[in-house]
Design a protein around this ligand. Structure first.
Ligand code: BGC
Length: 784
């Protein structure tokens, strides 16, 4: 498939004559003239240049380029275009959530431009540690700034509606409070460097299958309580410089052309002042249509709705827009508002402020940040008879599984990072001074190298649209494994999964283990247990997999996620007990894929290429569903073990009748033998007379500092009316109903340690809002 070059060419030449004429007059200059004067002095073509990006000139990866393009940062995803006559500079946007994604090498340049691969979104969120996420953001943002980039296209916080979404690894949680708080901390960290972020994908981009055109039918209540709430929290708390709209439609309108989403809610209700840009080619109905000569998204609808900047921009979009501005067929006020927001954005960029970037961020210091964050994001799912930590460094570890030798640092697609190195599990164990069985290593290394080579060849042959396939596991000789069970002290098996943009994960051989993997676990467990030795499984995955059918066969399971470039070292830190695990799940691990309420309507219809997806589960996403409908799960939302133990004291409420806020406090004590941290979760069960409600919902969370054995900390949480409220459609309002509320403080959504009640005497309208997101079809949703 030949992909057309998107650089503005003919169009610019056509307007060149006009611009020359104008430049003879005195043109208002960006930075000197007021924004009003600048807008007044712009031609329709110049307005179109500012509102539509210049294509992807430096994006090595998608658009095949001859030689090296003339861009500031090779590998940037895009940016706004410059207008020399008005002194308007171009600025640079680059991906993505796990670190800065740029090309690490440039022609005729001896320097390298590697960035740090930080842990992926699910891993970061699993820390539940706001300060830690801020430190990750601060480090990542320093790379953005020092490599001359103005905006990082992150964070990504779409809700995990279903475990199969191919991009769940970039996202944080099935719960909007967790997603919103983590995103907020991330944005604050990055923007403390005076560079921008782009919170994405706004909103309801919950599947990759036909993501450019699928129409998601969602009730207003599910939109407001689940799919928008995380954005609302993050945007209000952290003021990201930019917002990136989602590809999909919501109830018939493209997110990038939705007035409800971008004007009524984002700007009028939430007070957002920043810039909104489309996702790349957002509003084009499909990949093929992007490539079609002259095809164009509905640019007029997009700008009218409040989507300021069309990215990455095409020549056809500029032409259509310039003509609409000239003819007056587009709302002039909307055009001017968008231009103003772009110019206001430009005023604060490092580019405009002439920041002299070094191209030398402190990669060494940031690797340490990545290592620490990854270790804290690991979730100890199982640890029978204290299989971990394993401290006997002089004894041999038998290391099984392809991904022990080829560890996955992060997912694929725009969320990938070009890091200088990545530490495998094997290297991590070696660095920590462990002894690893050499014979297994010698068998695995060539096998894995070949499997990786085959996979790379397959991907190359398929081209741009190649999906991820996991590596097949080596068939092990049972005698060999039996001999290893005798000669080693413990077995480690790593299971890996990778996924990324454009594809959702499969049920078979991805969510569920493949037969080769089942065999691996069976063979190793049988042999090692026969010798009275333990088996530890390391999960090197980006999203949820099935665990119920095999978890009883092994002694410990450490969910390491895709932990970034220091991954092997981070696993070794937890394996050895240098770090006491304190991560907890931000999503449920179900027993069966079909137990998820969304499974019945996942991806939509028609099956071959879904154009319509119905969110019939309504607000019952994740634990909201499992807990309310009493569906047994494998590991619950909020779950995670520690090498120590914690005791929770009684809950204290500062009042028993709610006034305008209530303070919840609880004392947590480390009752074990090792120092550690504990994630404390506050759930609330609310009266449900006006509308049905989940059995309980997470309303606040916190993490203790490191507590030495015997030490305690009291955590305090404030709950306001909006936190307690549900969205009542008939009244277009968030209402905290009158009645009895139960506060439940727990170590997970299933492990509630203490409860206390309080009363609301009469219904409180926490917020009156507009009527938005009318359904475009008849659809009934799940009720409790
Ligand atoms: C992705 C975005 C990304 C953009 C630029 C799109 O395909 O959905 O998340 O920021 O490309 O690379």
């Amino acid at each position: 498939m030949k992909i057309k070059r998107l650089r503005i060419g003919v169009f610019l030449m056509a307007v060149f004559g006009g611009l020359q004429l104008l430049s003879a007059q005195k043109a208002p200059q960006f930075g000197k003239a007021s924004i009003d004067k600048l807008i007044e002095g712009m031609t329709p073509e110049e307005k179109a240049i500012l509102l539509v990006g210049p294509g992807m000139p430096g994006y090595a990866g998608l658009v095949p380029l001859e030689g090296e393009p003339d861009v500031r940062v090779l590998g940037q995803a895009g940016g706004n275009d410059k207008i020399d006559r008005l002194g308007i500079p171009e600025t640079v946007f680059a991906d993505g959530p796990a670190g800065l994604r740029i090309q690490p090498k440039r022609q005729n340049n001896p320097n390298t431009f590697y960035a740090t691969a930080f842990p992926v979104g699910t891993s970061l969120a699993s820390t539940w540690n706001i300060d830690l996420i801020k430190s990750v953001g601060k480090a990542m943002g320093e790379e953005v700034k020092e490599y001359g980039v103005d905006v990082l296209l992150a964070p990504a916080l779409n809700i995990h509606r279903n475990p199969l979404n191919g991009r769940n690894f970039e996202y944080y949680s099935e719960d909007p409070l967790v997603a919103g708080k983590i995103a907020s901390a991330y944005i604050q960290g990055i923007q403390s460097n005076n560079v921008g972020t782009s919170i994405k994908h706004f909103a309801a981009n919950n599947q990759e299958t036909n993501r450019l055109a699928v129409n998601a039918h969602i009730t207003e209540r599910a939109m407001r309580e689940i799919y928008l709430r995380g954005f609302e929290i993050a945007i209000k708390e952290s003021e990201p410089w930019t917002v990136m709209t989602a590809y999909n439609k919501i109830n018939g309108n493209y997110a990038s052309a939705s007035n409800d989403l971008l004007t009524t809610i984002l700007r009028e209700e939430w007070g957002y002042k920043g810039l909104v840009m489309t996702d790349w080619f957002g509003g084009y109905p499909g990949f093929e249509s992007i490539l079609e000569e002259g095809s164009v998204s509905d640019v007029v609808a997009q700008i009218n709705a409040g989507n300021d900047l069309l990215m990455p921009g095409t020549e056809a979009q500029r032409e259509v827009l310039a003509k609409a501005i000239e003819d007056g067929t587009i709302n002039e006020a909307a055009v001017n508002a968008s231009l103003r927001r772009i110019l206001e954005y430009l005023q604060k960029t490092p580019t405009t402020n002439k920041y002299k970037y070094s191209n030398k961020p402190d990669l060494k210091a940031h690797a340490e940040v990545a290592r620490k964050a990854a270790a804290e994001g690991m979730v100890l799912l199982k640890n029978d008879n204290n299989a971990l930590p394993f401290t006997k460094k002089s004894e041999t570890i038998a290391v099984f599984g392809d991904h022990s030798y080829s560890f996955i640092a992060g997912g694929t697609g725009s969320g990938d990072v070009n890091e200088a190195y990545s530490i495998s599990l094997l290297e991590g164990l070696n660095n920590a001074g462990y002894t690893v069985d050499k014979e297994l290593q010698d068998l695995y290394e060539p096998f894995v190298a070949k499997a990786v080579e085959n996979e790379n060849k397959r991907r190359e042959a398929v081209g741009l649209l190649a999906d991820n396939k996991r590596l097949p596991e080596m068939l092990l000789n049972t005698d060999l494994v039996a001999s290893k069970a005798k000669s080693s002290a413990i077995a480690v098996i790593t299971l890996g999964r990778n996924s990324g943009e454009q594809f959702d994960r499969k049920i078979d051989d991805d969510f569920y283990l493949g037969q080769d993997e089942v065999k691996l676990i069976n063979t190793v467990s049988k042999a090692f247990h026969a010798e009275g030795k333990k088996v530890v499984v390391i999960l090197n995955i980006g999203g949820v997999i099935e665990t119920a059918s095999w978890k009883d066969k092994v002694d410990a399971i450490l969910l390491a996620w895709q932990p970034g470039q220091e991954g092997g070292n981070s696993v070794a830190d937890v394996f050895s007990g240098v770090v006491n695990p304190s991560g907890k799940l931000t999503m449920t691990f179900p027993i069966d894929y079909n137990h998820h309420a969304s499974a019945a309507n996942w991806l939509g219809v028609p099956v071959e290429k879904p154009t319509d997806v119905y969110y019939k589960e309504g607000i019952y996403v994740g634990y909201r569903y499992f807990n309310t409908f009493d569906v047994e799960i494998s590991y619950s939302f909020g779950y995670g073990k520690s090498y120590t133990s914690f005791e929770y004291g009684d809950i204290k409420l500062n009042q028993t009748t709610f006034n305008d806020q209530i303070e919840v406090s609880v004392k947590v004590t480390n009752t074990g033998n090792m120092e550690g941290k504990e994630v404390v979760q506050v759930y609330v069960s609310a009266p449900a007379n006006l509308v049905d409600k989940p059995l309980e919902e997470l309303k606040a969370f916190g993490k203790t500092k490191t507590l030495k054995p015997g030490k305690s900390e009291t955590l305090k949480f404030i709950l306001k009316a909006k936190d307690l409220a549900s969205f009542v459609d008939e009244q277009s309002a968030w209402i905290a109903e009158k009645g009895t509320y139960t506060v439940k403080v727990g170590a997970s959504s299933e492990d509630i340690k203490a409860k206390k009640e309080f009363l609301i005497l009469s219904d409180i309208t926490a917020e009156k809002v507009n009527n938005t997101f009318d359904l475009d079809v008849e659809m009934s949703t799940l009720k409790n």
